[in-house]
Design a protein around this ligand. Structure first.
Ligand SMILES: Nc1ncnc2c1ncn2[C@@H]1O[C@H](COP(=O)(O)OP(=O)(O)OP(=O)(O)O)[C@@H](O)[C@H]1O
Length: 224
């Protein structure tokens, strides 16, 4: 099975206000199509880890490989490119641009990447909305849709560049049980039908128990 993401002996220290060893020798692999959740008590280091894995934080010891290529030590510009092309993000808050239409929001990361024509991107964005059963919202302003719909739009946006992996920091944290279930089912379908890898930080045990694997963290370490 092919490895999409590999963390090798990741250590992270916060230096201020006092030196604090926040991540302690974290190593694991995420395979293609694997739906993995990260759980652990508040403050154990989940978001700090996700920040590193998503290439946004470069201040750490150890190595990170994406699609078997070393990304540790790459330039900021190259990391920004890697992030946009290979990693999709879904956060607790959707970060949609409220004055833009739903379709325009989904198109944004692809326009930034600049590898396809406007028409191709528009067509693909519409297909992503269709896949998530929200194509009827395409022309609406993002401020005019419900919370659950906003999260599905954020997922469509995360998928627009056909990434290798989706990373989420409590993507169902603001949703009611109906919409959480909906998001879970979308993720499951993406992993099982499209071979997409997912790495999702969650506090929701029911959600985590139904993923392929749970990475449990405690005090900056992986327990299992
Ligand atoms: N910039 C920073 N400087 C110093 N300490 C920090 C900084 N950011 C986070 N921390 C500390 O690092 C630890 C891990 O924080 P992190 O946000 O990764 O935890 P978490 O597991 O994601 O928590 P939660 O579930 O509450 O979101 C916490 O003790 C936090 O207070």
């Amino acid at each position: 099975m092919s490895t999409i993401l590999e963390a090798k002996h990741i250590n992270k220290y916060f230096r201020k206000p006092v030196s604090f060893h926040v991540l302690k020798d974290i190593s694991f692999k995420i395979n293609k199509g694997e739906f993995t959740s990260i759980m652990g008590k508040s403050g154990c280091g989940k978001s700090t880890l996700l920040y590193i894995l998503s290439t946004m934080d470069t201040e750490y010891d150890g190595e990170l490989l994406l699609n078997n290529r070393l990304i540790t030590g790459q330039s900021r510009d190259h990391l920004s490119y890697i992030r946009n092309k290979h990693i999709g993000f879904v956060f607790q808050f959707h970060y949609l641009l409220s004055e833009f239409s739903v379709l325009e929001n989904v198109m944004l990361p692809a326009k930034k990447l600049g590898e396809r024509s406007y028409q191709e991107i528009e067509h693909d964005a519409f297909n992503k909305l269709k896949m998530l059963n929200i194509e009827h919202l395409a022309k609406k302003k993002a401020s005019r849709v419900s919370g659950g719909e906003k999260q599905r739009i954020a997922i469509a946006r995360a998928l627009i560049n056909n990434p290798s992996i989706i990373m989420g920091d409590e993507p169902t944290g603001n949703l009611d049980s109906y919409n959480s279930e909906n998001v879970f089912n979308i993720f499951k379908q993406l992993s099982e039908e499209q071979g997409l890898s997912l790495l999702i930080v969650t506090h929701d045990e029911d959600f985590a128990n139904r993923t392929h694997r749970i990475i449990t963290m405690e005090d900056g370490r992986i327990l299992r």
